[in-house]
Ligand binder design. Structure first.
Ligand code: ATP
Ligand code: MG
Length: 143
């Protein structure tokens, strides 16, 4: 487990890039934290490091997006899953594929989907507001 404090969005992107260096196809990263804590920012840094170009923002009208970088990358945001009222596990199948590195925002919302039983969770990340632009980031590797 490692924890660190960043002072800017750019620093959080850099943490994401470091995280990405240890990931490969099939790895899933669960990214937790309050609203605005920097989940998407960290994932943006990770995606850039994985060779994804263009805009990286949270999916809005779908629960996920796929990008093509040096590897396939999936970015899920389950925040609105509750509203959709649909917890069909197949919903995630297009994104959590063996060829892709996947990042999941708000993984706790999908408890019913039993993510941990269905995919290889490689890391969990927890972000916390630490005053102003400071964010505390904890990354735990999963054995
Ligand atoms: N140290 C920091 N790390 C990350 N983001 C920061 C930091 N300081 C300021 N910010 C700003 O905080 C905001 C974080 O937004 P971001 O969309 O990454 O959060 P999020 O956790 O994905 O939010 P949501 O729960 O809405 O999806 C951005 O506007 C970013 O520029
Ligand atoms: Mg987000």
């Amino acid at each position: 487990m490692s924890a660190e404090v960043t002072e800017s969005a750019a620093e959080t992107e850099a943490v994401g890039a470091l995280l990405a260096a240890g990931l490969g196809p099939g790895d899933v990263v669960l990214v937790s934290g309050e609203l605005g804590s920097g989940k998407t920012t960290l994932i943006r840094g990770a995606c850039r490091a994985l060779g994804v170009e263009g805009a990286i923002a949270s999916p809005t009208f779908t629960i996920g997006r796929r990008y093509e970088g040096a590897v396939a990358v999936s970015h899920l945001d389950l925040y609105r899953l509750e509203d959709l009222g649909d917890e069909d596990p197949a919903l995630l199948d297009d994104y959590l594929t063996p060829d892709a590195v996947a990042f999941v925002e708000w993984p706790e919302i999908a408890r019913e989907l039993r993510l941990r039983d269905r995919v290889r969770v490689a890391r969990t990340v927890e972000l916390r507001h630490a005053g102003g632009d400071r964010r505390e980031i904890e990354i735990a590797p999963i054995a």
